[in-house]
Design a protein around this ligand. Structure first.
Ligand code: PLP
Length: 468
């Protein structure tokens, strides 16, 4: 079978086939908002459709493509790994590439931990490889429970740690939880920034782990700077492990290797995934300390007590090793910090001109733009009409023309909120930043004209929502 022939011959069936056999509701949404494009090629920060139109990808596959899409060095190393005909997944062996990737990953994680902590004992020295972010968090929950002999997990409001039943129990949005019955018991949400509530929960001395995203994926929220340092102190005092979920914010996304570095803390466990794949082979990791390992894998007959089938496979390890190299050697982390600042500065100028833009927040290239109810009477009518139908529709009025008029792919983050999120590849350049800022100003300016074209889009979307 020739895959490219198959792809080209059946391209016209793309959305129908997906709707028939995979997810019809998603296809309905794509069609409703005009996102049912047929992308046939991608390179770096760009997607291309059948007609050769170029789209700027400010979504990065939810944070997978930090190094851009189809990176030639990643392709080369994967071809090389395939051609080596390795003795892959023997299982009863200790694969070399897994050892090397663990070593390199820990150097990155400890680079910051050591600098902050000046204490070797706090170094993370052990890695468990997973196939996804949620699997990394599930493992972290198990390790923390086993190591502390405690059951409860504390997490932050607005959190997103994955959608399997353990990680889902730590989700700050009920929309994701509804309909799936009882999840992992003993999980309690606390408001980010409130140390009294955190201490109240931790002082019960039954909390295994405090799981957090230093910069949250849903809405790009971070608590005040002092919060995490104080939270770390409290966790140490009460015997709770700190688990940093760096699945989205890790590997340079926020302008540092890991988002927890912005807060000068030393987590006991760090979970990583997404960009470690290089955009090719799913790979995640739990980085943790040997004393935790020793409690979980406490004797020889527990050597695979937590394990998986695909975790350390050759292609995943090759992708991970090359992804780290590319991020480092192409200065993508520095670029994330620089471009992030340029975008946030540009957005703040736009915010001053348009009343509905209420907040711009970001770390590196993880950026949120929040909209709020306007003060002027005319706009208020439009805002209230749209929000009466669906509280998530206004964001679509921004995201839809960004794609359909300006060919920039973005997303509305979370449910029932007016937040647009930007998550571009870390390799974006001057031209991309300017293209985005010009397009965004155009779209926002249209939204500030009521009645007008933007509100017509809103009305159409509202109609569709009501008929759904
Ligand atoms: N943790 C965070 C912070 C995430 O953003 C995500 C995914 O978006 C996950 C965990 C889950 O990762 P995965 O989709 O690979 O299971």
């Amino acid at each position: 079978m020739n895959i490219s022939e198959l792809f080209n011959n059946r391209l016209h069936e793309q959305h129908d086939l997906f709707a028939k056999h995979v997810n019809p509701q998603l296809v309905r949404v794509l069609r409703t908002i005009g996102f049912d494009k047929k992308y046939v090629r991608a390179e770096g920060q760009y997607l291309y459709d059948k007609e050769g139109n170029q789209y700027l990808d400010f979504l990065s596959g939810y944070g997978v493509f930090n190094m851009g899409r189809n990176h030639p060095r990643l392709k080369k190393s994967l071809h090389e790994a395939l051609d080596m005909d390795t003795a892959n997944m023997v299982q009863m062996d200790a694969p070399l590439l897994a050892g090397i990737l663990a070593e390199k990953l820990l150097e990155k994680v400890n680079g910051s931990v050591l600098r902050q902590a000046q204490d070797e004992r706090k170094n993370l020295d052990t890695v468990f490889f997973t196939n996804s972010g949620t699997e990394a968090n599930e493992g972290a929950i198990k390790f923390a429970r086993c190591a502390t002999k405690r059951q409860r997990i504390i997490y932050l409001e607005h959190a997103f740690h994955g959608l399997t039943t353990g990680s889902l129990a730590l989700n700050g949005n009920d929309e994701f939880k509804n309909g799936f019955g009882d999840l992992l018991p003993g999980c309690t949400a606390v408001p980010a920034g409130d140390l009294n509530v955190l201490e109240y929960e931790l002082s019960k001395k039954d909390v295994a782990a405090f799981v957090f995203e230093a910069v949250q994926g849903k809405g790009v929220y971070s608590p005040p700077k002092e919060y995490f340092a104080k939270a770390e102190e409290l966790c140490r005092k009460h015997g709770t492990l700190l688990v940093a979920d760096e699945v989205q914010s890790g590997l340079g996304r926020t302008g540092k290797w890991f988002a927890f570095e912005h807060f000068g803390i030393s987590p006991d466990i760090v979970t990583i995934a997404k960009a470690l794949s290089g955009g090719f082979v799913p790979v995640g990791a739990i980085c943790y300390r040997k004393d935790i390992y020793n409690k979980v894998y406490s004797k020889m007959d527990r050597c695979v007590v937590h394990s998986n089938t695909f975790g350390r496979n050759t292609l995943a390890m090759a992708a991970g090793l090359t992804a780290l190299k590319v991020l480092e050697e192409e200065n993508l982390i520095e670029n994330a910090a620089k471009r992030g600042e340029e975008i946030v500065n540009g957005l703040n100028l736009i915010k001053e001109k348009f009343e509905m833009v209420s907040d711009v927040r970001g770390r590196g290239l993880m950026i949120a733009i929040e909209f709020d109810r306007p003060k002027s009477t005319k706009l208020k009518i439009g805002w209230d009409l749209i929000h009466k139908v669906n509280s998530g529709l206004f964001g679509q009025m921004v995201v839809v023309p960004l794609l359909t008029k300006h060919r920039i792919l973005t997303q509305v983050t979370g449910h029932n909120c007016d937040i647009v999120k930007l998550l571009p590849p870390l390799c974006i350049n001057d031209e991309d930043v300017n293209h985005f800022l010009t397009a965004f100003e155009d779209v926002v300016s249209e939204c500030h004209k009521f009645p007008g074209g933007a509100w017509e889009i809103g009305k159409q979307l509202a109609k569709q929502a009501l008929s759904a």
